[in-house]
Design a protein around this ligand. Structure first.
Ligand code: ZN
Length: 113
């Protein structure tokens, strides 16, 4: 019988089969939810899921994807953000150098953060 503090629902129950054939319940700490994209909330691929101590001790390559905004934004949102930033930079440059070719729309693109 585990200690009463372990039988709380704040711990998850894992059913284990012992070598003798009995099934026992192990009370383990809960695993946090999957990391989500900061813009659309989709689940991020290539990013591990773990408690703070596990995350702290894991290598960086398991916690983020090696690209700008990796581990923060999903690839679609990162692509959109980078495109918007480049378009905004071009629009700012075009204000000073009006002979540059026009943008598809002449209105300034909204910079997304
Ligand atoms: Zn996203």
């Amino acid at each position: 019988m585990p200690a009463p503090r372990q039988r709380s629902r704040s711990r998850r129950r894992v059913y284990k089969r012992t070598p003798g054939g009995r099934t026992v319940i192990h009370y383990e700490k809960k695993i946090p939810n999957w990391p989500k994209c900061g813009a659309c909330g989709r689940r991020l691929n290539g990013v591990m899921r773990g408690r703070n101590v596990e995350m702290k001790n894991a290598p960086k390559s398991r916690k983020k994807v090696n690209r700008p905004y990796g581990g923060v934004l999903c690839p679609e949102c990162a692509r959109k953000l980078i495109k918007d930033k480049v378009r905004y930079m071009y629009w700012e440059r075009k204000r000073e150098q009006p002979w540059l070719p026009p943008l598809p729309s002449e209105e300034p693109p909204e910079p997304r953060e």
